[in-house]
Design a protein around this ligand. Sequence first.
Ligand SMILES: Nc1ncnc2c1ncn2[C@@H]1O[C@H](COP(=O)(O)OP(=O)(O)OP(=O)(O)O)[C@@H](O)[C@H]1O
Length: 399
Amino acid sequence: MPSRDGPDLAVEVRDLVKRYPRGGGNAVDGLSFTVRPGEIFGLLGPNGAGKSTTVGILTTRIRATGGQALVGGVDVGRDPVAARAQLAVVPQHNNLDRALTPRQNLVYHAAYHGVRRTERERRAADLLDGFGLADRADRRIDVYSGGMAQRLMIARALMHEPAVLFLDEPTNALDPQTRLLIWRRVRQMARRGVCVVLTTHQMNEAAAVVDRVGIVDHGRLLTLDTPQNLVRGLAGESILDLTVTPAPSDTAEGLVAALRQVDGVRKAERLALPAGPAVRAGGGAFAGLAGSADGPAARRAVLAALAAGGGGPWAPGAAGGARAGAAGTGPGGGPGGGLPAQGGRARLRIRLHVAAAPATLLAPATAVLTGRSAELNDVHIGTPSLEDVFVELTGREPR
Ligand SMILES: Nc1ncnc2c1ncn2[C@@H]1O[C@H](COP(=O)(O)OP(=O)(O)OP(=O)(O)O)[C@@H](O)[C@H]1O
């Protein structure tokens, strides 16, 4: 593992630029960030943001047009061979050598990096054991499942004890048990001083494992901080999702604008309706990290808030009936859509980002709806997630 007297920074990226010969603009456009030894760093961004290009430069696969990138203190542009000794890459797709056994894949990789025979055999045995592969170490590799292959690729990457490990979508399409094992091992490596840089689109999984996150778009860094600070700073403290049916004479825009005026609402936006009947079943962007209004205490708070505010069209029975209606096959999906409700009126999902306790916003929000003759069909209280931060910064439209 990396020595304690190594460089202070495991990765340094300074004003990095990449322009492809046939590309439109700069794929990487003046990117700068640093990562410390022992840190788990998530590089996030929408499709085409420049993540793969950045990692390609750091791992010496792509030459930068400008700026500087150092890995383990080595300039990747000036000395790519020395840089490769400092790093390891685990790609998204299986690139194991199928002509070799799992153990041979590890041992040959270490031999390529100049590790002595007894040492490489010891490391292979340790890593096969650590990744739960010891009893299948000498079988044919083509009997390996996707999860086993992924574990073996990470084990192989560690054979030459790199200072920096690059993981590309490490848990894509893996079962929960394999994901947990991989994250446990990643944390263990970091504790031993390995710097881990991972790219992923699994926001909530990333939030649970990384120390810091850099979000990039159009080749530029939009923000860099701990997931906790990003969530706290950008998305407000809580989220209140309302599913409503506006009056026939009202418009979605009018309703959203009116809710935006409620005291304590930092932001109001219209969301796509989730597919299926379970509007409040913990889905949406805040699944996983969310608190929810589904618990008995939260439900009591909702009812109390509504009672205090003079009530409204919401009642548990009515909401249940309305949710059943939401299971229809209407055109809902994009923010411009909505599922048809009774009388042909479209149902809307409106998200309020609130700085206060969300239950205290229920009464005034309900009053606004009542004043506009809108029907409240469902309520969900949640906590914003890293995905909310991501969407806030990079938008909702697919690339
Ligand atoms: N070989 C290439 N030639 C020209 N343009 C390229 C090339 N590779 C990538 N690009 C462009 O560079 C930009 C950044 O692409 P890159 O693959 O780095 O993004 P990404 O964030 O990794 O995306 P994804 O999440 O889809 O993998 C995109 O506009 C892409 O079309």
